[in-house]
Design a protein around this ligand. Structure first.
Ligand SMILES: [Zn+2]
Length: 365
């Protein structure tokens, strides 16, 4: 196949010149909306004898993947298929979601625990935490792409506040398409559990979405400014690594804490932060759990807290090009830990209300 490309290049056929552009466009389109939908650069190097296409994939995390491809269609298709499986940076990382759900599991009532186990697929072994990142894993699949806006809320730039009616919509202005709307929606579906409900909901999916989104709404930059996509377009350096601010809050603060303080053992980290807030702390946890007006789910105050924390801690001293190191890490880590625990406490409280008999009425914003 390479020979064929070489021959056509030598002849300077129109096809040879068009092919690199077409391949670039092809990969760009294939990656758009996939876990790779960040930046794709194509660099072409042509010599009189060879035609090689070099590509550099630049990820949110700052990771680079350099590759080259010949004109073979096979190579291009294999490449595109592989791209679909590369990890992306999209919400509280796996560790964050695992921690939130693990903390919630320990706080479930007997009824809620039984209901959760009943809804989980067998392969989960009764462990909700093991599936809490599922909504991130499927969101770039074309069937599930509509769920992408459900992971966050975009708020007006520099306002530092949130309003459901103003902010809970997707890019096409569809109402309720945001993380707070999703929490209401899946709570509503789950209240149908055990009832001869006429609606045909998949309650396993509803449970996993609710558990995941309760984590997301507590990540301060999941309720962030529209102009920078919740910090995704703010390129910073995390110690020596190039990244973006959103990814720092999703993953890197937690990853650094795991390495520095917990011997890279997530179970130890979860147990220590759980004890810190739920056993040793004088904080009134019932205030975290409470929903006003007898609601089953109340995501709005959580979203308001997040954008407020985003302004006070996440965006502060983290302008584009900033180098974030120990000072930023150590001053922000307590907030990240607190939000993980709060997410867990509130997820458990919400599930406990959902599976309480008789069902409380669900009220939507
Ligand atoms: Zn998410």
């Amino acid at each position: 196949m390479r020979n064929r490309g070489r021959i056509s290049f030598r002849r300077k056929s129109r096809r040879a010149h068009l092919m690199p552009a077409l391949v670039g466009l092809e990969v760009l389109l294939a990656s758009k909306g996939s876990k790779l939908s960040m930046l794709t650069y194509w660099v072409f190097h042509c010599s009189s004898r060879f035609l090689w296409w070099w590509g550099v994939l630049v990820f949110d995390s700052g990771a680079l993947v350099l590759f080259h491809a010949s004109g073979s269609l096979m190579v291009k298709w294999i490449l595109m298929i592989l791209l679909q499986f590369l990890p992306g940076a999209v919400s509280w990382g796996k560790e964050g979601h695992y921690a939130t759900c693990k903390i919630a599991e320990g706080l479930l009532s007997e009824e809620a625990s039984a209901a959760v186990k009943e809804l989980l697929p067998d392969y989960a072994g009764g462990d909700l935490a093991s599936l809490c990142s599922w909504p991130d894993e499927i969101r770039h699949n074309h069937i599930w792409r509509w769920t992408s806006p459900l992971h966050y809320i975009d708020t007006p730039d520099f306002k530092c506040n949130y309003g459901y009616c103003r902010d809970c919509h997707d890019l096409a202005a569809h109402k309720d398409m945001c993380v707070a709307g999703a929490i209401y929606n899946y709570t509503s579906q789950l209240t149908a559990h055990g009832l001869s409900n006429l609606e045909n909901y998949n309650l396993t999916e509803a449970l996993l979405f609710l558990s995941h989104f309760m984590g997301d709404i507590h990540q301060p930059l999941h309720v962030g400014f529209t102009g920078d996509a919740g910090g995704n377009t703010i390129i910073v350096r995390w110690f020596r690594r190039k990244s973006n601010l959103h990814h720092v809050w999703d993953n890197l603060i937690i990853e650094s804490a795991l390495k520095k303080f917990y011997s890279s053992d997530l179970a130890t980290m979860i147990e220590i932060i759980r004890t810190k807030y739920l056993v040793d702390s004088t904080a009134d946890i019932s205030l975290w759990e409470n929903c006003t007006s007898n609601q089953t789910a109340c995501p709005n105050p959580y979203a308001s807290e997040s954008i407020s924390f985003a302004c006070k801690y996440a965006y502060r001293n983290a302008t584009p090009g900033s180098s974030l190191g120990d000072e930023f890490f150590l001053s922000r880590l307590p907030l990240v830990e607190k939000r993980l625990v709060q997410g867990g406490v509130r997820l458990a409280a919400t599930l406990n209300r959902i599976f309480l008999r008789p069902h409380p009425s669900i009220s939507v914003a």
